[in-house]
Design a protein around this ligand. Structure first.
Ligand SMILES: [Zn+2]
Length: 68
């Protein structure tokens, strides 16, 4: 039995931290190639392709660590 500390069922499911979208089942690996992965307080944070593009301007304008 896997003993995941604090894990309550959901493991390594990538969800967009901005819009909450998740890759379609079976396409997760491919989808994540277009997603941006960041880290926030040691946690893995994903941003989907659409949100990455949407926020690209603000990211370039000001590197706000709050986003990443
Ligand atoms: Zn998104």
């Amino acid at each position: 039995m896997p003993d995941a500390p604090g894990g309550s069922g959901a493991e390594r499911v990538a969800v967009c931290a901005t819009c909450g979208a998740s890759p379609p089942a079976g396409e997760e690996a491919a989808a994540l190639l277009t997603w941006s992965r960041g880290s926030e307080n040691g946690r893995e944070v994903w941003t989907c392709a659409a949100c990455s593009r949407r926020h690209l301007r603000s990211i370039e304008g000001k590197l706000d660590s709050a986003w990443w």
